[in-house]
Design a protein around this ligand. Structure first.
Ligand SMILES: Cc1cc2nc3c(=O)[nH]c(=O)nc-3n(C[C@H](O)[C@H](O)[C@H](O)COP(=O)(O)OP(=O)(O)OC[C@H]3O[C@@H](n4cnc5c(N)ncnc54)[C@H](O)[C@@H]3O)c2cc1C
Length: 380
């Protein structure tokens, strides 16, 4: 059995952010931790790739160059559409779109250059917690650690471990959003690129969709592409299910996936709720394992933010030799990220219960227009 003080499961934004933040706290962590990743970078990752200003703030805090030295498309005008109404949220940039496999590979390369050990093609199968530490079973043998960071995404083993080890009466509902996405080549002169805009169309929320369809400008290996998809939060479980393939078809009207190899793919996102369990004995969750925000399904900035909080919690646990992580949820909720997640969860909880009522959406868009009249001037 191999022995490391700390194991991080998953080399996505959450796991790599945790490792990079630990190195900022103390470069000596390079010898005390290892990241286990079931794939090998650059690996395929279904994602819109939109990194908001909050995410850019965390990247800056890690001392990464701005802009990052990888292909990207800037969005300076995020258009929120409901029927004939549009709210423009402007910033320079409002968010940046990366091709996720390039973004994650860049983060992994940077982490390695700074001394982080990443073991790729190692799939974690189970976690067992004993009195003297945690045993992580993988298809490359067992690892023993004093603590584990579960950053293995929405369908990871860590969250499953917490659900199994918790009080069954308190076991949480699934809290899972559904998404479909397609990435297609775009003409360089497509208006999304010259106008640096992205569209979030909430018109289908008048029906069964608890979400929106999106259309982002993207660059894949530098070449212009459209990243399009549909997000269904499913935060109000009593409402009927939306027909996601049908909605995406309509959103792609005139440009269905063709012989260029683009295909529609789907993936769930586990979203944050203040009732979620975020830690257990010897284990803290970060990123989608803990929960993305349920209003837009934004998870990259939260993953980077969870990494910062998890790193501090781990460093304090080792200093105190107390691996219960009992105050981890309080730390998350009291942080900048916690306030962001709580606000989005609260707005999503209300708005996706009322989004099929046109009067409610009209009020939301009127409020949005009023707010952006002030904030757009500051953002530009
Ligand atoms: C279609 C779609 C579009 C999206 N668009 C956006 C967007 O535009 N902006 C945004 O902010 N968010 C978006 N998201 C959400 C975003 O992708 C996630 O929130 C983000 O990837 C979370 O990062 P993470 O590090 O927690 O998890 P992940 O990125 O999923 O990384 C987890 C890592 O763990 C590894 N892993 C998993 N299981 C194991 C195991 N058993 N053993 C070892 N390794 C394992 C995986 O290979 C992976 O590398 C989108 C999601 C989807 C599905």
């Amino acid at each position: 059995m191999r022995e490391f003080p700390l194991l991080i499961i998953g080399a996505g934004p959450a796991g790599l952010s945790t490792a990079l933040h630990l190195l900022q706290i103390d470069p000596g962590w390079a010898d005390r931790m290892v990241v286990l990743e079931r794939a090998a970078h650059p690996r395929h990752k279904l994602c819109g790739g939109g990194v908001t200003r909050l995410g850019l703030h965390y990247l800056r805090g890690l001392g990464l160059p701005e802009p990052l030295p990888i292909p990207q498309a800037e969005v300076r005008d995020a258009r929120f559409i409901y029927r004939d109404r549009t709210v423009h949220v402007r910033g320079r940039p409002e968010f940046v779109v990366f091709h996720r496999q390039e973004f994650d590979a860049y983060l992994a390369r940077t982490a390695r250059e700074r001394g982080v050990r990443i073991l790729e093609n190692v799939r974690v199968r189970a976690i067992r917690v004993a009195a003297d530490g945690a045993v992580v079973e993988t298809d490359a043998g067992d690892f023993h650690a004093r603590a584990v960071v579960g950053a293995d995404g929405s369908r990871g083993v860590s969250r499953g471990h917490l659900a199994k080890s918790g009080d069954r009466r308190k076991s949480s509902p699934a809290r899972v959003a559904r998404l479909l996405e397609v990435v297609q080549p775009a003409e360089p002169e497509a208006p999304q690129f010259s106008g640096a805009f992205a569209r979030f169309d909430f018109t289908p929320a008048a029906g069964e969709l608890q979400g929106y369809t999106w259309d982002f400008p993207a660059r894949v290996a530098g070449a212009p592409h459209h990243n399009r998809g549909v997000f269904d939060a499913r935060i109000s479980p009593g409402r009927p299910r939306a027909d996601l393939p049908g909605l995406l078809d309509r959103a792609l009207a005139g440009e269905p996936p063709g012989p260029d190899g683009a295909k529609i793919e789907g993936h769930p996102i586990h979203w944050f709720s203040p009732r979620c369990r975020l830690s257990g004995d010897r284990l803290v969750l970060a990123g989608d394992a803990a929960g993305a925000e349920p209003l837009f399904g934004e998870g990259i900035a939260p993953a980077l933010g969870y990494g910062q909080i998890a790193a501090r919690a781990v460093a304090d646990a080792f200093a105190a030799e107390d691996y219960s992580f009992k105050d981890y949820k309080r730390r998350v909720l009291a942080s900048e990220l916690g306030r962001y997640l709580l606000l989005r969860w609260w707005v999503a909880w209300w708005s996706y219960r009322l989004s099929d009522r046109p009067w409610f959406m009209r009020i939301m868009w009127t409020i949005g227009k009023g707010m952006t009249a002030l904030t757009n001037r500051i953002g530009e």
